[in-house]
Design a protein around this ligand. Structure first.
Ligand code: BES
Ligand code: ZN
Ligand code: ZN
Length: 481
């Protein structure tokens, strides 16, 4: 199985598999539909142009298939205007939905004719195509593609930008989709190292079990020590030439499988838990984008990898573990393992004194209960940082909603035997108490925490392949752009 993802648009279908036709895809915003009709009169019979509806449709023209795509037709609006769909994300969803159908036309030449589209619309469209074409087993491809806007070639920089974003998202999706018998802490770490073996800007360091013992990462070790494949921390060090100033740290939860441990999950709750490395997948996806785009900023990315398994060595409820920073944690529930794994990785990330630290994690079931699959929970101890991330999430259509770090709830994690427990004694406000636990480990550093779901069962039209969603990748891309 492949770990590394490439751009679907850059890898062309073999011409022997294709028909000798030319597909023409016409893409315009809703407001330009009339002028699109005029243009189409050259391609299609007058009666058929007259009857065109303002929606996506497949027709037959003189040289081959004609596809009409109208942007903005289904734009959702939020009640308070705060989560309205951006042009970029509308275009991404609209094109993503039809990408495979375009591929199945099997034309040798595929011409995308954008009409009066903004750069955001074009970028969104291209990202959507790549997302729609991604498939876990085989990628759908197109023949020879050409992109024009109002008759002029689309700038190659724009095409490159879109491919870089899409590779980041698809990389995250793919890692989540890989099964946990293949993607476990040790293989995951190795593959990330391999991914950047030739890189000029990225160096990868692996902290294996022995090293983690030396580093006194008692929490992460406690989570992963009952699995055959022991915990690892992967440090992806991004150092582009010309970057100055303090670095930003990113930390991802990488539970390659979460059985719950001795506090075992019921079958239905365990079924999707290969996705519990979704936060780390988002970070790896982002690292692909960093390397490809060359953003001039020093960034340190950490993956906290472990499997929450069950054996005679399992951590027990009532065990007391000592964190890398010295804090003692009494285990109240072995299924609240993500915050333990993250806490030690966060502490390690603080060694380099980052300006900002952002963690991404499939941390709580409560997150999906409050905001659903498509909206992530954002917690932050700094208003400017929170605002910047929310704004980026809206522009990129990768929505995050700020939740409160309401301190009094921390009381529910008081321990009679240690500095704190790892899970609240009440089930209330689960994503908040999890965030409050993490807050104890970040000190005064500016910090944001994204509690994501990381999985889609079909809600987003562009994610035709169900499974990993790459949630958070675009928000972070927008943040660093
Ligand atoms: N990985 C889960 C959280 C999760 C569950 C994310 C379902 C997305 C979908 C996490 O490790 C967990 O089990 N959290 C518990 C914590 C509880 C025991 C305090 C939860 O949220 O129920
Ligand atoms: Zn768990
Ligand atoms: Zn988990």
């Amino acid at each position: 199985m492949n770990f590394k993802i490439e751009s679907a648009l850059a890898t062309k279908e073999k011409s022997s598999n294709l028909k000798n036709t030319q597909s023409n895809i016409y893409i315009c915003p809703k407001s330009e539909f009339k002028s699109l009709k005029k243009t189409l009169e050259k391609q299609l019979p007058a009666w058929s142009v007259k009857n065109l509806e303002e929606k996506t449709q497949f027709l037959t023209g003189q040289t081959g298939p004609v596809v009409i795509v109208v942007l903005g037709a289904s734009t959702h609006k939020a009640h308070d205007n705060l989560l309205n769909e951006s042009d970029y994300s509308n275009a991404r969803e609209t094109l993503g939905k039809v990408a495979r159908e375009i591929s199945l036309l099997k034309s040798k030449d595929v011409i995308f004719n954008f009409m009066n589209c903004s750069d955001d619309m074009i970028t969104g469209s291209l990202v959507g195509l790549e997302l729609g074409l991604y498939d876990f087993e085989k990628s759908y491809k197109l023949g020879k593609t050409a992109f024009t806007c109002n008759g002029k070639k689309v700038a190659s920089k724009l095409i490159k930008n879109a491919a870089e974003i899409a590779v980041g998202i698809n990389q995250a999706r793919h890692l989540v989709n890989l099964p946990p018998n293949i993607l476990h802490p040790v293989s995951y770490a190795k593959e990330v190292k391999k991914m950047y073996a030739q890189s000029k800007t990225i160096k990868v360091a692996i902290y294996d079990q022995k090293r983690l013992q030396k580093e006194k990462c008692g929490l992460l070790l406690g989570v992963g020590n009952s699995a055959e494949n022991p915990p690892q921390i992967v440090h992806i060090k991004y150092r582009p030439t010309g970057a100055k100033g303090k670095s930003t740290a990113l930390v991802g939860k990488g539970l390659t499988f979460d059985s719950g441990g001795l506090d075992i999950k019921p079958a239905a709750g365990m079924r999707l838990m290969k996705k519990d490395m979704g936060g780390s997948a988002t970070i790896v996806g982002l690292s692909r984008w960093l390397e490809n785009s060359g953003v001039k900023k020093n960034i340190d990315l950490y993956l906290a990898l472990a499997e929450n398994a069950i054996s005679e060595r399992s951590t027990r409820p009532s065990d007391i573990l000592t964190a890398r920073n010295g804090a003692t944690v009494e285990i109240h529930n072995t299924d609240a393992e993500g915050r333990l794994a993250l806490a030690d990785a966060i502490d390690m990330a603080l060694d380099l004194k980052p300006e900002v630290l952002i963690d991404v994690a499939t941390l709580t079931g409560a997150g999906k209960i409050s905001l659903g699959q498509d909206i992530g929970s954002l917690f932050a101890n700094d208003d400017k940082l929170a605002e910047k991330l929310v704004l980026s999430s809206q522009q990129m259509g990768d929505l995050m909603w700020r939740m409160p770090l309401y301190n009094p709830y921390f009381q529910a994690m008081k321990s009679d035997f240690a500095d704190m427990t790892n899970a609240a004694s009440t089930g209330f406000g689960g994503s908040i108490t999890a965030a409050l636990f993490l807050e104890k480990f970040v000190g005064k550093t500016k910090w944001a925490h994204l509690d994501i779901f990381g999985w889609t069962s079909g809600a987003k039209p562009s994610l035709v392949q169900k499974g990993g969603s790459g949630q958070g990748v675009e928000t972070l891309i927008g943040y660093f752009k």
